[in-house]
Design a protein around this ligand. Structure first.
Ligand SMILES: [Zn+2]
Length: 73
């Protein structure tokens, strides 16, 4: 009966790999977030209802954020 409005956040593994040359990106773990961002202050992340996670670009793509943000590239 009592279903709290908890957003479905994506579980992403953020373990830092050895790929240090890889660019670091930020992603929103919200259910509608499909883009990775180069800037943590991007307006696209400002509306995030879940957690903003920092990871390598390769990890972001592997976890489902397959498109780069148009605003902060
Ligand atoms: Zn962005």
């Amino acid at each position: 009966m009592l279903l709290p409005l908890v957003p479905m956040c994506t579980e992403a593994s953020t373990s830092v790999s050895a790929a240090k040359a890889e660019k670091t990106v930020y992603v929103c773990t919200g259910p509608n977030a499909k883009r990775y961002h180069y800037s943590k202050k991007c307006s696209g992340l400002g509306r995030c209802s879940c957690e903003i996670k920092k990871m390598s670009k390769a990890q972001a793509i592997k976890n489902g954020w397959s498109t780069g943000c148009q605003k902060c590239t």
